[in-house]
Ligand binder design. Structure first.
Ligand SMILES: Cc1cc2nc3c(=O)[nH]c(=O)nc-3n(C[C@H](O)[C@H](O)[C@H](O)COP(=O)(O)OP(=O)(O)OC[C@H]3O[C@@H](n4cnc5c(N)ncnc54)[C@H](O)[C@@H]3O)c2cc1C
Ligand SMILES: NC(=O)C1=CN([C@@H]2O[C@H](COP(=O)(O)OP(=O)(O)OC[C@H]3O[C@@H](n4cnc5c(N)ncnc54)[C@H](OP(=O)(O)O)[C@@H]3O)[C@@H](O)[C@H]2O)C=CC1
Ligand SMILES: O=C(O)C(=O)Cc1c[nH]c2ccccc12
Length: 465
């Protein structure tokens, strides 16, 4: 039977449903959120996953181009406790990766609450609980819900928002301007002159895709970039770097990487691709800037099919003026200018996360904050970083939840049995101290609303999940 209380909230009691989650709330159903949920399921800890879109892995399903493939070998991209199918290629396609994530969610019985945009999350000192407010992103009516929980896992990703730079004259340009996250394929750009702004992995791969559809891309390189071959003599460059890093200091691995890149690719600076003064892995570790793992763009740059240009001075109608004074006629502009975290917009907290929406503590310490707050997938180490966070978070929550409940954790088999997860989580009980906390905060807010008629309740406290 559902354990139902009336809960009053001092400000918006009449407009919002309140839902008690007997475990952590995970914000985001991308790879990070799914990995954390799977590890929690394995520990027998109930949870709720809130996702603003109507599907899992929205970045992969809705904000990436058709021909995208993972650019690290598959063993570095699989999530905990369920490897990729054996017949997957070394670099799975986006479709295969999404299929894997779908089966991952199914396997661990992860059923996110879709169309729930977390607009704010804050810790309530009085009750010692997190208050997570969502607004429904489906339909026209603005349904708001408040989730109340003991633990909050932020899994909204490093790529939650597109960076749209303000460039002089862009509003007057007149042609199509889109961020790389809306680019699907070069098909509609056939025969068109396209300016690709940015030369990270997105800028390079979008430029390559445009070439493959007989468009004419010019790619803006305003500062510098490390281009490495994806493979060196048939071996993954990334894998080689990981191997070397277990024996050698980072600076030396960087030097070796650059020598190998030079042997395979030649001097890339003569094509306008100046290298940063910091080595590629040091730059990734300290600034989060990912080196380009080349899958063919460099060949197109060499052949002149991709025209490398310096920074932008200003746009005007159908044209761009570059910092060297050159003027290009253009049909379209694709902003491959990167992404940012959205944590500052939805989390009311200033201790653990810094202003840029990443945890203040660098890897490997950025996964755990105070008062039951966790972050997964902010390591700037791609999917393997997310997996390592997820394992640690689930272990930590598992420990504190079993000690609060006074139970010994049971080992669970890898594959959940049918119905097991949902059943156990539905019947999981709240600790007495948590109940007391909630009851206290309810009674201090509005005792009147704790009525005996559940069907007329404006705000419900459900012991669910
Ligand atoms: C084009 C591209 C290719 C990449 N390729 C690789 C690769 O090959 N290998 C690798 O290791 N890494 C790669 N990465 C790095 C990337 O960060 C990971 O692949 C991965 O998607 C990160 O997972 P995540 O769950 O942390 O974030 P995301 O995948 O971004 O998922 C976050 C989820 O949270 C949801 N969300 C956000 N805000 C809210 C909110 N307020 N309320 C509710 N829900 C919210 C989003 O809708 C989304 O579904 C790539 C990144 C990009 C952009
Ligand atoms: N196949 C794959 O797996 C792929 C993976 N990815 C990953 O996705 C993540 C995001 O990559 P990406 O989207 O390329 O973003 P990045 O942040 O890596 O790159 C952004 C680029 O835009 C440039 N830029 C930003 N603002 C401006 C401006 N106003 N004028 C000119 N240039 C500008 C930056 O230049 P500057 O350096 O000077 O700031 C940089 O070159 C990375 O981790 C990447 O590895 C992306 C695509 C494919
Ligand atoms: O693709 C990404 O964005 C990643 O973060 C994957 C990644 C982690 N460490 C790296 C080092 C070099 C190239 C890619 C990565």
């Amino acid at each position: 039977m559902e354990n139902m209380f009336r809960l009053a909230d001092h400000e918006d009691f009449f407009s919002r449903r309140c839902i008690w989650v007997n475990g952590p709330v995970i914000v985001g159903a991308g790879p990070s959120g799914l990995a954390t949920a799977a590890c929690l399921r394995d520990q027998g800890v109930p949870f709720a996953v809130l996702e603003k879109e109507e599907c899992i892995a929205s970045l992969w399903q809705k904000r990436t181009y058709d021909r995208l493939k993972l650019h690290l070998p598959k063993q570095f991209c699989q999530l905990p406790k369920l490897p990729f199918p054996e017949d997957f290629p070394e670099y799975p396609t986006k479709k295969q990766f999404v299929e894997y994530l779908e089966s991952y969610a199914k396997n661990f019985e992860i059923n996110p609450k879709f169309n729930e945009y977390v607009q704010s999350a804050r810790y309530d000192e009085t009750s010692g609980l997190w208050r997570v407010k969502t607004v429904s992103t489906s339909g026209s009516n603005r349904a708001e819900v408040e989730y109340i929980c003991r633990w909050l896992v932020v899994a909204t990703g490093e790529n939650a928002e597109c960076v749209m730079p303000e460039i002089e004259g862009l509003a007057e340009f007149g042609g199509e301007v889109m961020h790389a996250c809306h680019y699907k394929s070069g098909e509609k750009f056939c025969g068109k002159k396209v300016l690709v702004v940015g030369c990270g992995n997105s800028g390079m791969e979008v430029s390559l895709d445009l070439c493959n559809y007989n468009a004419s891309p010019s790619m803006v390189v305003r500062s510098s970039v490390h281009v490495l071959p994806r493979e060196i003599m048939g071996k993954s460059t990334f894998e080689l770097a990981v191997l070397l890093m277990s024996w050698l200091p980072l600076w030396l691995v960087d030097k070796l990487m650059l020598i190998m890149a030079w042997l395979v690719l030649g001097n890339t600076e003569k094509y306008g691709l100046k290298r940063p003064s910091m080595g590629p892995l040091t730059l990734k570790n300290t600034m989060g800037k990912t080196p380009v793992l080349d899958i063919g763009a460099l060949e197109k740059i060499r052949s002149g099919d991709i025209n490398v240009v310096p920074g932008i001075k200003r746009f005007s109608r159908g044209q761009v003026e570059l910092v060297n004074g050159e003027i290009l006629d253009l049909d379209s502009v694709i902003l491959a200018t990167g992404y940012r975290s959205n944590v500052p917009y939805c989390l009311q907290e200033g201790e653990f996360f810094s202003k840029n929406g990443f945890p203040k503590a660098p890897f490997p310490n950025g996964w755990k904050g105070n008062a039951g707050l966790y972050a997964v997938g902010f390591t700037r180490k791609g999917l393997s970083g997310a997996s390592s966070d997820a394992i640690k978070i689930a272990q930590d929550i598992g420990k504190s939840s079993s000690s609060r409940r006074g139970v010994k954790r049971k080992e669970h088999p890898q594959k959940p049995q049918k119905g097991r997860g949902t059943k156990s989580s539905k019947t999981a009980h709240m600790s007495r101290s948590t109940m007391a906390h909630i009851y206290l905060s309810i009674s201090t807010h509005n005792l009147e609303s704790v009525s005996s008629k559940p069907e007329t309740a404006k705000c419900r406290l459900l012991q669910q999940l």
